[in-house]
Design a protein around this ligand. Sequence first.
Ligand SMILES: *Cc1c(COP(=O)(O)O)cnc(C)c1O
Length: 453
Amino acid sequence: MTDTVSTTAPVYTVPQERRIVTAVPGPRSQELHQRRQAVVPVGVSSALPVYIARANGAILVDVDGNQFVDFGAGIGVTTIGHTESTVVAAAADQLQDVIHTLFTITPYEEYVRVAELLAEHTPGDHAKKTVLVNSGAEAVENGVKIARKHTGRRAVAVLDHAYHGRTNLTMAMNYKAMPYASGFGPLAGDVYHAPGSYPYRDGLSGEEAAARTIGYLEKVVGASDLACLVVEPIQGEGGFMVPADGFLPALQEWCTANGVVFIADEIQSGMARTGRFYASEHFGLVPDLVLSAKGIAGGLPLAAVTGRAEIMDSAQPGGLGGTFGGNPVAAAAAIAVFEQLEKNDLVAEGARIERALKPALLELQKKYDVIGDVRGIGAMIAIELVQPGTGETTKVPNPEAVAAIIAHAAQNGVLLLNAGTWGNVLRFLPSLAVSDELIADAVSVIDDALASL
Ligand SMILES: *Cc1c(COP(=O)(O)O)cnc(C)c1O
């Protein structure tokens, strides 16, 4: 090791390598899948129906003994790595002490500590307060509730290609009707979908894209009725679009000038995924409210709304909360995640992963004309696939190529996820524990998959 700072080297309980010993899915997974089909509805689907028995670091082990390099991390949840040892220890200790009281009946220190850590690590040095909830969608719902109470206004704006969840309000906030909202209406009203910034497809500068978004908000919604604008600084399910320079700051400035609460949905992009604690930092944003979830507790369910104290305090006593919100075990795990991120400088790992992955994908783009775009920041990198030869002209989406690459990779022990409005984006969302060697290994598998298209 050539480390200049002393760090605690992670000890892995599963060898960090891919290893395929049966067909994928193997016989035991197939058996479990049969059982599942009798009792789990088809609405709950699984991207890769291999049933997982163990997980550690960047590796998933299925019930047949196959090992997969995990480039999904449960959709960006196990950012710290699977079963990270300090998270496991903190949660185990907490299980012995107290599992549940309900913070709104009798509180406990862990909740307060997580709120302090979020105040410290979210962008901006203003006074901040935090409410803890169970899921990302619940954080979005609470952010909107608080913004409405604070402003006394009704309308909520989101951007095209957004994803915010599967509850009643959030399914109205998503861009894609299918599969998230189709047939599940009536949807919540007063949700407006403004155009965003998608440099690969719209070719607009940040200034031009912001003018288009603001024009929509002013004409279609009306600033005086708009409670909040909810944006993902780097869109997740939409396909990891990094907005053009200046786009997000212009939106924030407009929100501030018009009394609109600017909410950053950092549920996927936050918690050190992009080489900063929050992706907002890459764009110089100081959101009024920041939503955290996925990566916050090493895999335990926890989510948060953190924001300006005066906005957060606009909700009346009893107006926020929920039975399981800020559960002590999940909160203890989150404290361990923050400690690991700080102590071992894991925030820098996002940049390391980008350095290992992005140039390799740009090389693949030179070889294969189905790769239209390579984009993303840190451990949030994607390639957008288009029909061969259309990349310079029409950019016709190629979801079939993405599906073929994912299938090939799965057979060879690499778990990849798709994304994007047309399902034509291949996203890399590994844990920060993934090594450069595993990245290079996975890229070689993808190279083979592209060659065999
Ligand atoms: C996953 C996600 C959500 C919803 O989170 P859940 O915990 O699944 O409810 C909201 N916003 C973004 C950006 C997400 O990636």
